[in-house]
Unconditional design. Structure first.
Length: 632
């Protein structure tokens, strides 16, 4: 037998389906093989259980098979874990060739395993005469291992100090960038070949394009230049080295030359009359001034230099905008006697709703007296067929007679308690099945008798709270007349939703009490509104729409939850939801001014419209749309 020079381990990429993987080194026993799986994306390593083997004892190796295919995008590693021990035993003077060869193979395999581990470890070149020893565990705890200035010994660096050094370096770089902006370069020039800056180039920033090869910049003799002479030089990305040298023995920072070999490393050059002074400014290399591609610097009085205002673009002053909109909003809010509709300067779709002008007003009611759109709560009668009739008025035509929809009934066709019980013990009402909030109730007496046959009495509304009947209104007096109608509304003290409500009428223990019809009313929550005007035409290319509107919050509302503003420039085909911010109340009007900023850059069109949408059944009044301003 022989052992081929194939070092373990063998690494194979997995595909999620393959279960058999090769290994190309020799092993003598099955237990000398180990398989692991490494997730490429994370580096996590787990052991694999080998189901079966081939090639044990073969020079070229063999295969290992797993019961389940390793996952995709991983590395299956088959390695040798042959023990570093001698397991062969010789008896007497005999040296069986097979045993000797097997023992030698075992040694070779052990050497291969160790060589594999050596080649995957940190090693020093043969030229190093001495290999340093790591400090003891207690000494190196919490430290970063580095080499000293000679590279021959280990050096321990405190981790916190190293982090602080990085912070200090970042601060130093930031300080240099800020300092660079103080140099008033007024001219920019691009060079692609060797050149010499002269006196006429004072305050010039040279952009050196050395992508075609290394470039040398030779500075003019200091004797030929004025005091305060100042230039900047930087190299474009991916260029070759730019070498700057002095003339006639002039030194630069004590050296004959200096190299610029970093992208966008700006060196600022001045002189003290005898030597050049180069300072690293680390800026992108734009000259200072008020021309195209210049950086604008403050004057010595900390003021902006004179700039043509017509050339300034993309300047946004939200405070100024809000102030202008607030002034217009105050005018709109106060101008109820005059209709405001249409465009006001840059503001589009302005409207104080002197007329019912909105094209869409789903869920809203226009109030012509107050010039607003609102969605108030309403009161509606609960259907007489809802729930189950309950109570003690089971005489004459029974409980159902009070819920047949007939408000004009004789005593005989009414629900009757005869004789009536003394005090509040004569009842009629409904078990709704589900809780209802009752805010109004009407009791109709018979057409041929008073409610209490002998004359006037009192009545009140009650509800079942789950354990007892409770009063939810104060008592109300009836009359001694026929066809009496008793409405309980202002007397209601509790509109909590309950599952049962009833009238309770005070009796005298002798005469009958009759109810021709009993009606109950509930509160209907404010409907959610959608309000949209007819779209107006704007110039193409709008990127943002800045809008302002006024509303009166009857209920407490949360912007972007209970009320939203959406904007379209394509005739409502697409709607962009605006960011809303309250700017406060306008004077004493009770109206809140809201700013709405919508990004419409994904839309194309010239048809501008807005959509005010409420949610969660909150009641409010949409009083004025101050206007929408397209921003290009």
């Amino acid at each position: 037998m022989t052992v081929q020079p194939n070092l373990p381990p063998t690494n194979t990429l997995s595909d999620g389906t393959t279960t058999t993987f090769p290994y190309n080194f020799k092993v003598l026993r099955e237990e000398h093989l180990k398989a692991t799986f490494t997730v490429i994306a994370t580096g996590v390593v787990t052991d694999l259980e080998i189901e079966s083997y081939t090639g044990i004892g073969d020079d070229a190796g063999g295969t290992v098979t797993f019961a389940t295919a390793p996952a995709d995008d991983g590395i299956v590693t088959t390695d040798s874990i042959a023990p570093l021990s001698q397991i062969e035993e010789f008896n007497g003077n005999k040296l069986p060739p097979e045993t000797v060869e097997r023992g030698l193979d075992s040694v070779a395999i052990q050497n291969q395993r160790q060589q594999s581990q050596i080649e995957r470890s940190v090693r020093f070149p043969p030229s190093d005469s001495q290999i340093p020893t790591l400090p003891a565990q207690a000494q190196r705890a919490g430290k970063i291992v580095a080499f000293d200035a000679t590279g021959a010994e280990f050096e321990l660096v405190d981790g916190a100090q190293a982090s602080q050094a990085a912070v200090d370096q970042a601060r130093e770089q930031a300080d240099r960038a800020v300092a660079a902006a103080e140099y008033p370069y007024t001219t920019a020039s691009t060079k692609t070949v060797n050149f010499m800056p002269i006196q006429a180039d004072d305050l010039t920033l040279f952009r050196v394009d050395s992508t075609g090869g290394a470039i040398t910049v030779t500075l003019d003799e200091i004797a030929n230049l004025s005091a305060g002479y100042n230039i900047g030089i930087y190299r474009v990305p991916d260029g070759e080295t730019v070498t700057v040298q002095g003339s006639n023995g002039d030194l630069i920072n004590g050296q004959a030359s200096i190299d610029i070999d970093s992208d966008y490393l700006v060196l600022d050059f001045t002189h003290d009359g005898s030597e050049w002074i180069a300072a690293d400014k680390s800026i992108i290399g734009l000259p200072v001034g008020t021309a195209a591609n210049n950086i604008v610097a403050l004057t010595s009085e900390a003021k902006l230099p004179a700039v043509d205002g017509s050339l300034l673009t993309n300047i946004e002053d939200q405070i100024a905008r809000d102030m202008g909109a607030s002034a217009l909003a105050f005018i709109v809010a106060q101008s109820d006697a005059v209709a405001v509709a249409g465009s006001i300067g840059p503001f589009k779709l302005s409207d104080n709703f002197q007329s019912d002008s909105l094209a869409t007003k789903t869920g809203a009611t226009y109030d012509a007296a107050n010039d607003w759109y609102a969605n108030p709560e309403t009161t509606a009668q609960i259907s007489q067929g809802t729930g189950t009739a309950i109570g003690s008025m089971t005489g004459e035509s029974g409980l159902a007679a009070a819920f047949d929809g007939q408000t004009s009934e004789t005593y005989a066709n009414s629900a009757v308690a005869f004789p009536s019980a003394s005090g509040y013990a004569n009842t009629i009402g409904k078990n709704w099945g589900t809780a209802k909030s009752v805010n109004k109730a009407i009791y109709y007496g018979p057409t041929d008798n008073p409610i209490l046959a002998t004359g006037a009495t009192t009545i009140k509304l009650q509800a079942w709270d789950g354990s007892a009947w409770i009063d939810v209104s104060t008592e109300k007096s009836t009359t001694a007349s026929t066809s009496a109608v008793i409405t309980i509304e202002g007397e209601i003290t509790d509109t909590t939703a309950y599952t049962q409500h009833r009238f309770n009428v005070s009796g005298n223990g002798t005469n009958g009490i009759a109810c021709a019809e009993a009606e109950f009313f509930e509160t209907i929550a404010s409907p959610n509104m959608t309000l949209r005007p007819t779209a107006t035409t704007i110039t193409t290319g709008a990127q943002t729409i800045l809008s302002y509107f006024l509303f009166d919050p009857v209920d407490s509302v949360t912007l972007e939850t209970d009320i939203n503003c959406k904007v379209s420039i394509d005739g409502y085909s697409t709607l962009a939801t605006a960011e809303l911010e309250s700017l406060g109340e306008i004077g004493s009007t009770g109206k809140t001014l809201v700013r709405a900023l919508a990004d419409v850059s994904a839309q194309t069109g010239t048809s501008l419209g807005y959509s005010i949408e409420t949610a969660n059944n909150k009641s409010l009044r949409f009083t004025d749309f101050v206007g929408a301003v397209p921003i290009y």
